[in-house]
Ligand binder design. Structure first.
Ligand code: HGY
Ligand code: MN
Ligand code: MN
Length: 403
């Protein structure tokens, strides 16, 4: 086992939490390319230097802490949702830093560290790791916008001359990511560790209906072309039609709605909304896409709307590497006997993209109450340390890192 230092690990985790702290519980506001995000990356780069790693930002702003020669890559992301928790992403980055640092101090296997940029998708879906892995083609990056219409290159300019060249993925023997579960399974069953079997696939796109903006007092109901009513009908239709296609594990979300002009006394003429759906089967994702397209077309036709679809973003469902999973399972059994399980991930992670480049695996620790993407997100510190210890045991056993 690599001799990791739990106190140093927890201290670093709390130092990172202080950058962009929301003031509500342990909440953090550190969206990609914000001042707090860049401050956190500068702080992390210094911690990497202190640990004997060489920091390098790639063209997206993902930060690597590199050792010389072939190494295992560990990490996650340090950007957050608009209202984020202190652990989503940060945990995997700081655990990686501690394992890399302890491995270096003790002459253990070589470990490099990464904090990917925009995992939380201000501009897309796992944007930084998707760009590095080629899932997001270079020519599409410039056109990506956030919900306020700011383009990715505009936001990225805030990183200034920190940005450097791409890191060659061939230098890494595998990718290992620790994360909070962000769901209720471990918490409800008393589990301490989850070894991830596979990560769901996701599709995400913006849909726009445009009708006719008009006076809310004088426009008879029968003559309205109300964009909000179109969204309402679309939502009801897909909920009905998905019933024949989905499983209890399938999820879909309209999470961002922009209504125009968004005023009490105006029949809204335009709506743009996000439509996201996730499932472990690519074929089911495709059938849901068909239902979404047909339903939107039907509503537009019936209600006199013009309809437009934004670019389809997505990541395929992906299985984790078998040998790395075995090393994690053995380490979990040694650390928390019979208090761990194999499980799928319903949340998306950078590991999905990494699996295209190298063997990849993931480890979960419980989320209290199953809450995440909220200031209330939390995990008992004893559980965070158990996860760190499982990593420290597993890395010592990983075939990829010892070869
Ligand atoms: O949305 C996700 O699953 C991830 O947390 N970005
Ligand atoms: Mn995350
Ligand atoms: Mn997240």
């Amino acid at each position: 086992m690599i001799p990791v230092n739990p106190d140093r690990f927890l201290q670093d985790l709390h130092s990172l939490r202080a950058i962009g702290a929301s003031g509500v519980g342990k909440g953090v506001v550190r969206p990609a390319y914000s001042a707090a995000d860049i401050e956190a990356r500068d702080w992390l780069a210094q911690r990497m230097i202190d640990a004997g790693l060489t920091p390098q930002f790639d063209p997206m702003g993902s930060l690597f802490g590199l050792v010389e020669g072939p190494s295992l890559l560990m990490g996650s992301h340090s950007d957050t949702q608009p209202e984020g928790g202190w652990l989503d992403g940060a945990l995997g980055v700081i655990a990686a830093l501690e394992v890399a640092r302890a491995a270096k101090e003790s002459g253990g296997p070589p470990v490099s560290v990464v904090s990917f940029q925009d995992e939380e998708g201000r501009f897309g879906v796992t944007t930084g790791s998707a760009a590095w892995s080629g899932v997001l083609p270079a020519e599409k990056i410039g056109a990506l916008t956030d919900p306020k219409g700011i383009t990715l290159p505009e936001a990225r300019a805030a990183m200034g001359d920190r940005l450097g060249g791409w890191v060659d993925p061939k230098r890494f023997t595998g990718f290992l990511e620790m994360h909070i579960e962000q769901g209720p399974l471990l918490d409800q069953t008393g589990g301490k560790i989850g070894v991830v079997e596979a990560i769901v696939g996701i599709r995400d796109r913006v849909i726009r209906f445009e009708g006719q903006q008009n006076h809310a007092g004088t426009t008879p109901m029968a003559l309205r072309r109300d964009a909000f009513q179109a969204l309402g009908r679309f939502n009801t239709l897909i909920n009905e039609r998905f019933r024949n296609v989905v499983t209890p594990a399938t999820v879909w979300t309209i999470g961002h709605v922009s209504l125009h002009p968004n005023a009490h006394s105006v029949v809204p003429g335009k709506v743009a909304f996000s439509m996201q759906w996730r499932d472990g089967e690519a074929e089911r994702l495709r059938r849901m896409e068909e239902i979404i397209r047909e339903s939107a077309e039907e509503v537009a036709q019936a209600m006199g709307m013009t309809l437009a679809f934004g670019p389809m973003l997505g990541v395929e469902p992906v299985a984790m590497d078998r040998a790395m999973r075995s090393a994690l399972a053995e380490a979990a059994e040694a650390e928390v006997p019979e208090q761990w399980r194999q499980m799928p991930s319903g949340a998306l992670h950078d590991a999905s993209n990494m699996a295209r480049l190298m063997p990849a695996a993931m480890l979960f620790v419980p989320s209290i109450g199953g809450i995440s993407h909220d200031f209330a997100e939390d995990t008992a510190e004893a559980d965070l340390v158990s996860g760190l210890n499982v990593l420290a045991r597993a890395v010592a056993r990983m075939p990829a890192s010892t070869g």
